[in-house]
Design a protein around this ligand. Structure first.
Ligand code: 6PG
Length: 258
C-alpha cells in the first residue's frame, strides 16, 4: 500500500514521503509526478526548467519519459533541460550523466533547450561557463529552477554535494567544482542553486540506501547533504521503494521527523 505523508513547516514548502512496493513503482510514480509538475509550471508561466540527476537510479525513468506513452504528457517544447551535476568527462564517456540520459532516448524529446554541463572543460572553467548559461536562462535574475530530480548516495550525498565537502560552504555561486569522487572530479549545483528550486523530487531505491534514508528522514542528520537540500525550502517529494525505506516502511505518515 502506498503511504503518503504531508508535513508542512510554515517557513518552507511541504515535504511528502511516499513508500512504494518496488523500484518499478517508484519509476512510474516519478514519471507521473514530473509530468504533473512540469505541465503545471508551463501552464503557469509558459516554460519550465528541469534539472536531471545522474547515477543509475533514474535510467529507467528517463526511458519511460522517452517512451510513446509520455510523448504527449509533457509540454516538452516549453521545457529547458539542465543537469544537477556531472562528472568531469567528455559527453561520450561511459561515466557521463549527459551520456547516460542520451542513451535512454530522453534527449530525443523536442526540449526548448538541452543545456549540458561542460564536463570536458577544466572544472573551474566549466563551472563558470555553466553559471553563465543558468544566468542566461534566468534572464539575469534569480535562478529559475522549477523541478530538480535528485538521487541520493549511500553516504547521503546528493548531486555531487558530498558529506564534509567544502562545496557545501558555497554561498554565492550556483555551480561549483566538486572534489574527486569515484574516478572523476565533478561539477555540481550548489545549495544556493537548490534553494531556488520550486520543487525537488528525490528518487531513492534499494536496501543499500536504507541507512542514509533513515539518517535523513528519521534523524534529520544535517551532516548529510541530502538533509541540507531537503530543508532548504522548496516543496520536496521523496519516492522510496520498500527496500530503501527499511524500518521506516509503514511509518511514512510521520516522516520526515523535522
Ligand atoms: C551522480 C549523481 C549522484 C547520484 C547518487 C545516486 O552523478 O552520480 O548525480 O548524486 O544521484 O550517487 O546514484 P545511484 O542512482 O547510481 O545510486
Amino acid at each position: 500500500m502506498e503511504q503518503e505523508n504531508r508535513s508542512a513547516v510554515p517557513e518552507r514548502g511541504p515535504i511528502t514521503v511516499r513508500v512504494l512496493p518496488d523500484s518499478e513503482a517508484v519509476t512510474r510514480a516519478a514519471a507521473k509526478t514530473l509530468a504533473e509538475w512540469l505541465t503545471a509550471d508551463v501552464e503557469r508561466k509558459g516554460s519550465a526548467v528541469l534539472a536531471l540527476s545522474g547515477g543509475s537510479t533514474p535510467r529507467n525513468l528517463f526511458s519511460v519519459l522517452a517512451s510513446r506513452v509520455y510523448e504527449g504528457l509533457v509540454p516538452w517544447r516549453s521545457v529547458h533541460l539542465i543537469w544537477g551535476d556531472e562528472r568531469c568527462v567528455p559527453p561520450d564517456h561511459p561515466d557521463s550523466n549527459y551520456g547516460m540520459a542520451a542513451g535512454t532516448g530522453l534527449l530525443g524529446r523536442p526540449f526548448a533547450g538541452v543545456h549540458r554541463m561542460p564536463g570536458e572543460l577544466d572544472p573551474e572553467e566549466g563551472a563558470s561557463r555553466y553559471e553563465e548559461v543558468l544566468r542566461g536562462l534566468g534572464g539575469g535574475g534569480e535562478f529559475p529552477l522549477d523541478v530538480a530530480l535528485n538521487g541520493m548516495g549511500e553516504d547521503g550525498h546528493t548531486a555531487s554535494l558530498f558529506p564534509g565537502s567544502s562545496t557545501l560552504d558555497e554561498t554565492a555561486r550556483w555551480v561549483a567544482p566538486a572534489e574527486e569522487h569515484g574516478a572523476h572530479r565533478r561539477l555540481t549545483l550548489t545549495l544556493p542553486a537548490f534553494r531556488q528550486a520550486r520543487r525537488i523530487l528525490f528518487l531513492v531505491t534499494g536496501a543499500g540506501k536504507a541507512q542514509a534514508a533513515h539518517r535523513v528522514l528519521a534523524e534529520c542528520d544535517e551532516s548529510l547533504p541530502s538533509t541540507r537540500v531537503m530543508l532548504l525550502g522548496p516543496q520536496v517529494r521523496w519516492l522510496l521503494d520498500r527496500d530503501a525505506a527499511g524500518e521506516m516502511d509503514g511509518k511514512a505518515t510521520r516522516l520526515p521527523l523535522c
